[in-house]
Design a protein around this ligand. Structure first.
Ligand code: ADP
Ligand code: MG
Ligand code: MG
Length: 931
């Protein structure tokens, strides 16, 4: 459509910069590419105008003007006001109306519009330019007195609340009072006289509240409204929203001044919103709502119940056909599902907004897949359209079907945002936020939500409202942040005072558990159990992920400690195990006792064995320790061999990286303080020295005290432990290789890769390797069966990263342990940091993100990059991966792709997300390189 676009006219301007772009009469100075300057709304209005669509004339003041306004201490930059007035003159010329002209008045709306559509910004002011004189002009022109007074009272109400800061409730109360007095049910039942009285009442309220008269000069009204839009950029709601969505605070908002068209001029007029496809399911049908004889936000505000857009086909067939045609055109032009706003003024359709529509995960995937099918977008574009978070949402739990059938269903509303949510009912956003902060699961229950409730919605598991439709604030925001939402449960009577909700004799109060099904719109009492969704059943998602597999370069592996996890990850598309943590196997059931037994005598037995090897005779006590240690290790070896067989079987044909024991030993022993109390208590009670429990507790306490460290995280763990007690390394090597041999004999294809953690100095690795290779040799000899294995190391100590060339001489692969690497690079202990100062750091902007969630590219990333370069220089075929939690984080994946790792390894549930993120990284990477 840009082919009809006019080149931006070099309109004269007083201000130093070009701050204003006009549109109208079939030509616009801006276009769709100018979202940075014009905001999304302004760019859309310009583009639609250029495309010849019916858009009321107007102009956009740029985001730069907003930024300059704040830079100048909240003053309009010099010349801007003159330029605004000039732009108004231009709109007057195009429309043939006059701003403030009593005979033929031009009225405008003043609308905010940032680059990214943002709830939390200033509400739109409609009908600006009205005063007693222009009102009478309007009435004379339309011959409709009621319409005129209704427009005026709306203007005072909106301007009063939004620009002058009058408490909106006061206007609502006055309106309700007027309706009551006249026995009117709806606003539309109030006649001209009633509206006229309301205008007086509203003006009185403004005077009382602000101490001044409602401004009557249209220029003054416009100036105040523009400043209010700018000011809203740094309002609390807007700032909170940007923080949550990681939108920069320096983008600024544009202001759109648009000629008013009126949907409230009678039954041949109306207003509505529509999506070009169903934003819940993705189905290809026009989806939306409209109201006849209504203006602006009436549809969304739930003042009257809107009609489904399909009814427009009967009510206004001509308009419907035109709208359907425009919707299709806009969708094909933007090559994406659009969210449209329109108004019909006496049988003429006007388009007021177009933007890419927000959608659920289900819809995102379906629309992307369908649009490829329809030839609208390519597979690559489809991949770019789906957010990794969408994939995550699609794999979220649903309610257990049996439990649902038995559950008590209180009510049902609109299925506004899908998914299952369980939590305690809370009726206030602040309290929901606080309770969630204390680790409680909550569901925010409101009559309706407003941008002030955002923090509570974000903290809640789900949102339930009594009022509002598919396009209400609650519905739109919930879909966007991926929270289940049931909206518009009209039968639900919510009492904020009593903190309770009732319906047909059923109900719940604050703190009681409820369950929401945002996919069906149902609400249940109690906490329903949830079940996993089946990945296999999601044909469209599978299709998209197959495209992703073709587009990505990075392999996706998984972190799995058990055969079931490995099997799950494999179904999700994992191509190997990047981290199998053997010590997780140590903690299960009877094993912990065996592990403790080994630990208690590990040092004594190891020293005794060294003495024996040097030809010394051992004391009886030492002999006993060696025996006890070897027995425990033999039991462990048998168990571990079985575990590894299971994992190799589940990952048959694919690599399995097994990490040798990593954590400090005290993690397998009881808590020191508790044990000390216990032993002290038994001693104080005069327990006999021979008491078995007392004896074993004292032995345990001695071991715990011997192993106590000031900084266990930096203490005896990882490869250090293996060098102190080589039997750990040997036993695990035997278990891994014998498991592989058993699999081979059973006709399997195991690929063992043995990984040494926490290497900081090359000698640590070299010595460990000597122990390990010798043991492996013995295993092969004993079995009479050859078995391949790879030997490698984790890079998670900064010194290891910096000396990666030396380390690579002894390692066939590196796996970046970015959790420890982040801890040690920042010098943070993760548990202490996340439980303490880190949140504050992020809040106050010391850090942009939690570095344990998203890799710190500037710091930790340098270590990774250095290790990659040095490692590959020393050993060109060195295999590189990452197994920290960052392996499942899309932003970090982009970095790992860029530095050229071979794979990322993440938890099984993140594998599908990582497949998409890796494809997106590859596609953006390719696009960058093409530039
Ligand atoms: P939002 O950013 O919240 O969508 P808009 O600026 O789009 O706010 O305005 C909200 C609604 O106000 C629009 O959908 C439309 O119904 C109405 N509106 C805005 N400008 C005009 C106008 N010039 N004429 C008629 N209605 C308008
Ligand atoms: Mg809008
Ligand atoms: Mg580690």
């Amino acid at each position: 459509m840009t082919e009809t676009a006019a080149a931006p006219a070099q309109r004269a301007h007083r201000s130093a910069k070009r701050y204003i772009y006009s549109f109208g009469g079939g030509r616009a100075e801006g276009d769709a590419t100018m979202r940075d300057a014009l905001g999304g709304k302004g760019a859309g209005l310009a583009e639609m105008t250029n495309a010849g669509l019916p858009v009321p004339p107007g102009f956009t003041i740029t985001t730069e003007a907003c930024n300059d306004y704040f830079a100048a201490g909240e003053k309009l930059p010099a010349g801007l006001w003159e330029d605004v007035l000039e732009a108004v003159r231009e709109v007057e010329r195009v429309t043939g109306k006059g701003f403030g002209d009593a005979a033929n008045p031009l009225l405008v709306s003043v609308r905010s519009g940032a680059k990214f559509s943002m709830p939390g910004m200033m509400d739109t002011v409609l009908n600006l330019g009205l005063n007693e004189q222009t009102l009478h002009g309007l009435i004379d022109l339309t011959g409709n007195e009621r319409f005129g007074w209704d427009a005026y009272r709306r203007f005072i109400q909106m301007f009063g609340r939004i620009v002058l800061g009058v408490n909106g409730h006061r206007f609502d109360e006055a309106l309700d009072g007027a309706k009551e007095k006249r026995g009117a049910k709806q606003d539309t039942d109030l006649d001209a006289a009633a509206m006229r009285e309301l205008v007086d009442e509203f003006r009185r309220i403004v005077r009382e509240d602000t101490g001044g008269d409602f401004p009557t000069d249209p220029d003054e009204q416009l100036g105040l409204a523009i400043k209010a839009v700018f000011g809203s950029w740094f309002g609390k709601r807007a700032r909170d929203y940007r923080d949550y969505n990681k939108i920069a605070h320096d983008l600024g908002t544009a202001v759109n001044v648009v000629t008013m068209v009126f949907g409230n001029m009678g039954d041949d007029s109306g207003t509505g919103v529509a999506f070009t496809r169903d934003p819940n399911t993705g189905q290809k049908v026009l989806f939306g709502e409209y109201l006849t004889n209504a203006q602006g936000e009436d549809v969304v505000a739930g003042i009257r119940t809107p009609l489904h857009i399909s009814e427009m086909r009967q009510q206004m067939p001509g308009i419907y056909a035109q709208f359907e045609q425009i919707a299709g055109r806009l969708e094909r032009h933007y090559r994406d599902m659009q969210d449209l706003e329109f108004t019909i003024e006496r049988g003429t359709l006007y388009m007021l907004q177009t933007r890419s529509g927000k959608r659920t995960a289900t819809a995102a995937v379906r629309i992307a897949a369908d649009m490829v099918e329809e030839g609208i977008i390519s597979e690559r574009e489809a991949l770019a359209r789906i957010e990794p978070a969408h994939v995550d949402q699609l794999l979220r739990d649903q309610f257990d079907q049996r439990a649902r059938e038995k559950a008590t269903r209180i009510t049902a509303g609109l299925n506004a945002s899908p998914g299952a949510a369980v939590g305690k009912a809370v009726f206030n956003a602040d309290r929901a936020f606080d309770m969630a902060g204390q680790g409680e699961k909550v569901i925010l229950v409101r009559i309706e939500t407003s941008p002030d409730d955002f923090h509570g919605m974000a903290a809640a598991q789900g949102v339930l409202t009594a009022r509002g439709g598919a396009t209400s604030h609650a519905a739109v925001v919930a879909r966007q942040i991926g929270k289940p939402c049931v909206a518009g449960c009209a039968s639900l009577v919510i009492d904020y005072g009593k903190r309770s909700a009732r319906v047909n004799g059923l109900g719940f109060s604050e703190g009681e558990w409820i369950s929401l099904d945002g996919t069906t719109g149902e609400v249940f009492v109690g906490a329903l159990p949830t079940v996993e969704v089946r990945f296999e059943d999601q044909a469209e998602l599978q299709k998209i992920l197959e495209w992703a597999d073709r587009a990505r370069r990075l392999q996706i592996w998984t972190n799995a400690d058990k055969p079931e996890e490995a099997a799950l990850a494999r179904r999700y598309g994992a191509q190997g195990i990047g981290l199998c943590r053997t010590e997780h196997m140590f903690r299960e059931g009877e094993r912990l006792e065996i592990v403790r037994d080994a630990i208690l005598v590990a040092f004594q037995a190891t020293r005794a064995k060294e003495r024996r090897a040097a030809g010394e005779a051992l004391s009886g006590e030492d002999e006993a320790a060696v025996r006890r240690f070897d027995e425990a290790m033999a039991k462990l070896e048998k168990l571990q061999t079985g575990d590894f067989e299971g994992i190799f079987e589940a990952m048959d044909g694919l690599p399995v990286v097994v990490r040798l024991i990593d954590p400090p030993l005290h993690e397998f022993l009881p808590n020191h303080a508790e044990l000390l109390v216990e032993v002290t208590r038994m001693a104080a009670l005069g327990t006999s020295e021979d008491d078995e429990h007392f004896a074993s507790s004292r032995e345990l306490l001695r071991a715990v005290e011997a192993l106590r460290e000031q900084n266990p995280m930096l203490g005896l763990r990882g490869c250090r432990l293996g060098l102190m007690i080589p039997d750990f390394v040997k036993m695990q090597t035997r278990a891994i290789l014998n498991a592989a041999i058993a699999r081979k004999r059973a006709g399997g294809d195991p690929h063992a890769e043995i990984m040494i953690p926490l290497v900081g100095h090359v000698n640590e690795l070299a010595q460990t390797r000597r122990i390990l290779d010798a043991e492996a040799e013995r295993v092969v000899q004993a079995a009479g069966q050859d078995v391949d294995y790879k030997f490698g190391t984790m890079i998670e100590v900064p010194r290891g990263a910096l000396t990666a060339d030396e380390i690579a001489e002894h390692a066939e692969f590196f796996s970046f342990g970015t959790n420890d690497l982040t801890q040690m690079a920042f010098g943070y202990s993760r548990d202490d940091a996340e439980g303490g100062f880190l949140l504050k750091y992020i809040e106050t902007g010391v850090l942009a993100d939690n570095p344990f969630q998203t890799l710190d590219v500037d710091g930790v990333g340098q270590l990774v990059r250095t290790a990659v370069e040095k490692g590959r220089a020393a050993r060109p075929n060195l295999k590189l991966g990452i197994c920290g939690e960052h392996g499942g984080d899309p932003a970090s994946i982009a970095f790992f792709d860029e530095v050229g790792l071979d794979y990322v390894s993440c938890s099984p549930y993140r594998v599908p997300v990582a497949r998409l993120a890796a494809a997106q990284a590859a596609l953006t990477g390719a696009a960058e390189r093409d530039k």
